[in-house]
Write a protein of this length. Structure first.
Length: 229
């Protein structure tokens, strides 16, 4: 079977190797293992790494030649996007709480769940809300998903945030010293979504100015970059 193209553009840096687990090693292990749980539910705050892990799971499957798909259902108008996903080896669905009240989505998700179970495919879902608080309209769907391997993703501590910034910078071809990473962690709102967005903006600024990401350059640019968000 040919690999089905991903339903959304993946980030090139979303790999297991570029994920700093911190307190989330168990969630990472559940997804990395070829014989891991058939259904996994990740939940946590924005910036806790949910999307990274979902896309990394797809990237790993793609590297093995396995058909896969990552879909952020909050950005999709119709459940028809799931058509054909029942034959894939892994399906990763982001923001499932966004469609929990839709009858069409509930029916489509239940059919997908059953089909993937029948042929030993894997389903990974993610939400910002705790799994137990997501009230799917279809009781059978909710009970099956709550039987998944559920992992609450914790935010990274300061040391791990610095490491995550250095890895992201390296993926973009940048050199970010430990001191520069610490400077950012102490001056930018400390969720990884914001930190990575600021890093991307600083990357563009450094290219325009032909400057490295040194602390003097960060001091020059940071207020402007943050205010432009």
């Amino acid at each position: 079977m040919e690999q089905l193209p991903l339903r959304m553009r993946q980030r090139d840096f979303a790999r297991f190797a570029s994920f700093v687990p911190g307190a989330n090693a168990e969630a990472l292990a559940a997804l990395e293992a070829r014989d891991g749980p058939r259904v996994v539910w990740l939940w946590g705050k924005t910036g806790s790494g949910k999307t990274h892990l979902l896309q990394a799971a797809c990237a790993a499957a793609s590297d093995r030649g396995e058909p896969c798909s990552y879909i952020d259902v909050a950005t999709i108008a119709t459940s028809a996007v799931l058509e054909g996903c029942d034959a894939l080896d892994i399906v990763c669905l982001d923001s499932v709480e966004a469609v929990s009240q839709s009858d069409d989505w509930n029916s489509a998700l239940f059919r997908l769940y059953v089909a993937l179970q029948d042929h030993q495919g894997r389903l990974v879902v993610a939400s910002r809300a705790p799994a137990a608080s997501v009230e799917f309209q279809l009781a059978d769907l909710r009970s099956r998903l709550l039987a998944a391997s559920i992992h609450h993703l914790q935010e990274l501590d300061e040391d791990n945030q610095r490491e995550a910034l250095r890895l992201r910078a390296a993926a973009r071809g940048l050199e970010l010293s430990d001191e520069a990473a610490l400077f950012l962690v102490h001056r930018v709102p400390r969720d990884m979504h914001t930190l990575f967005d600021v890093l991307e903006r600083l990357d563009r600024a450094s290219l325009a100015a032909q400057r490295r990401l040194t602390i003097p350059f960060l001091k020059e640019q940071l207020e402007k970059v943050v205010s432009d968000q």
